[in-house]
Design a protein around this ligand. Structure first.
Ligand code: GLA
Length: 522
């Protein structure tokens, strides 16, 4: 999967299916019309990348462990052409996402303090050039780009709207620069993950990998170093229902006290485990993930989830570690360990008396990593479908309990929604994505899905509608059954009329003035 090229699709049905083709066509048409109106010409090409729902495996990708997401049908589409001497990034929903301009220097810094939606486009732009440089591929000279974006992945919902825009932008940029043909799905998964960190969140690679490598009909076990994805066939008769808690999770804006803090805590936990297992301080300070400490735990405690749990409880103390304690054991200041890591240094700069809860974080990561393989094994087993569903449901429930209790990445709204989902008949329910707001995912028998959705509407959403938090007419976007959908693609759609499909350049692009632009319209 990771070694496959990026698909170039000519039929809208190939991505959106017959049932989604009409709506998708009209969406691309609106994007095309707005693009033409703004820039005076049609885009050269489109790219699209989906959001995702993570079925299990939360906050463990950055610790090196595999996760189990699926791509969803909601996506971001990017229309692009070369032109002008700036990066002009506009959105079909201009009021909400105002147009932003950047220079074309790929080395420009991204202003993390001033978070804007278009920062994700800029991170993709930087990422394409960084990738080419890292592979020793001659980069084309930077040229101005005219861009128009439209996304349907709800923002701050834990469904990876950020990966959808970074991945679709990266493909669009690579295509007009004439380098898309050299990229594999694995390349794009890896460089978009690194690139997205320019916005200031030190996320793992799950979202980008599934956005690029997702496949219709199957969930994916995504593993890392190197990134790879294998199909997981979900049991017959199962449906996953996504429900938005309506608490917005602003991952980038809250990173220092939430997401990036957890990333720091996990590394500190790994270093403290290494010290407790007898590694010299210098060696322990070089450890970066909990996965790296696992072999030493197995050496001393043996394999298996119980042994791991016992080890963490014995080796790490309860409650809070303060920076001084960690620094004492490592015999060096944390600032020196994190030298050059701006996100971690920002976390250390704001850490208060709440300190770091290392034992709890490590207990979550190791147990959640085990649940991912448990989930995959149940899907692969010969058990009866009904047994599979109940086992998967239990794993999802245990995952939520661990996220809420040990990892503290849930919130009152998510807990209430998970409770309502179980009361409405879910076989299992959990938060999905980074948490602190956003969505839950519930496992439901396919036949029960309409009843389940109706009950959740009544129990969770009716009061929110009454309070004016959400409009009745928008509930379909907040609460829906989701099937595994297609991953990212370049869209060279067949034209409705006499015109030809767009051709992205296959050679490094010359400036548009010297090269006849290829037109594309639908
Ligand atoms: C965000 C990150 C992912 C992952 C999840 C939590 O979505 O981008 O890399 O860490 O949170 O599982």
């Amino acid at each position: 999967m990771a070694s496959l090229p990026i698909p170039e699709v000519e039929e809208i049905e190939a991505i959106y299916g017959l049932e989604g083709a009409v709506e998708a066509t009209s969406r691309y048409q609106r994007l095309a019309a707005a693009f033409k109106e703004k820039y005076g010409q049609a885009p050269e090409i489109y790219a699209r990348a989906p959001g995702r729902v993570n079925l299990i495996g939360e906050h463990i990708d950055y610790e090196g462990y595999g996760v189990l997401p699926m791509a969803i049908r909601q996506d971001t589409i990017v229309a692009i052409r070369r032109g002008g001497d700036k990066l002009v990034v506009a959105n079909l929903e201009a009021e909400q996402y105002p147009e932003i301009e950047f220079g074309t220097d790929p080395a420009q810094a991204l202003d993390v303090a001033k978070h804007t939606w278009a920062n994700y486009f800029l991170s993709a732009y930087k990422g394409v050039f960084e990738h080419l440089q890292s592979k020793g591929i001659a980069a084309p000279s930077p040229v101005g780009l005219q861009v128009m974006v439209h996304g349907t992945v709800p923002l701050g919902s834990g469904l990876s709207s950020s990966a959808a825009i970074v991945c679709s932008s990266s493909l669009a940029i690579a295509a007009v620069l004439g380098v898309a043909g050299s990229l594999t799905k694995g390349d794009v998964s890896e460089f978009t993950c690194t690139a997205e960190r320019h916005v200031g969140v030190t996320s793992g690679g799950m979202d980008q990998a599934i956005s690029v490598m997702g496949m219709p009909g199957v969930a994916m076990l995504v593993e890392f170093n190197p990134v790879r994805a294998t199909d997981v066939q979900l049991p017959a008769g199962s449906t996953f229902v996504i429900a938005n808690s309506m608490a917005v999770s602003k991952k980038a804006e809250t990173a220092d006290r939430r997401y990036n803090l957890r990333v720091v805590e996990c590394r500190l936990a790994a270093m403290m485990l290494a010290v407790a297992l007898g590694k010299p301080p210098g060696e322990a300070a070089a450890v970066t993930t909990l996965k790296q400490v696992e072999p030493a735990i197995i050496d001393k405690y043996g394999p298996g989830a119980e042994a791991q749990d016992k080890a963490v409880r014995e080796l790490l103390h309860e409650g809070v570690y303060m920076p001084e304690e960690v620094e004492g054991l490592l015999q060096r200041p944390l600032a020196s360990i994190y030298e050059g890591n701006a996100s971690a240094l920002r976390v250390l700069g704001v850490v208060g008396p709440e300190g770091f809860r290392l034992r709890d974080r490590a207990l979550h990561v190791y147990s959640e990593a085990g649940r991912v393989y448990g989930f995959r094994d149940v899907c692969k087993s010969d058990a009866a479908a009904e047994d599979k569903l109940s086992q998967l449901g239990s794993l999802m429930d245990a995952s939520h309990a661990s996220c809420a209790g040990l990892y503290e990445c849930s919130c009152a709204e998510l807990d209430a929604l998970v409770g309502a989902a179980r009361a409405a008949g879910a076989l299992g329910a959990r938060l999905t994505g980074a948490g602190w707001g956003g969505c839950t995912v519930s496992l439901v028998r396919e036949a029960d899905a309409p009843k389940f959705i109706a009950a959740l509407r009544e129990q969770y959403y009716a009061p929110l509608v009454a309070q004016g938090v959400v409009k009745e007419k928008d509930l379909g976007e907040c609460l829906f059954a989701s099937k595994p959908s297609s991953g990212a693609a370049l869209m060279k759609l067949k034209l409705a009329s006499h015109e030809q499909p767009a051709e992205a350049p296959t050679q490094p692009a010359a400036a548009p003035a010297e090269q006849e632009a290829v037109m594309y319209e639908i």
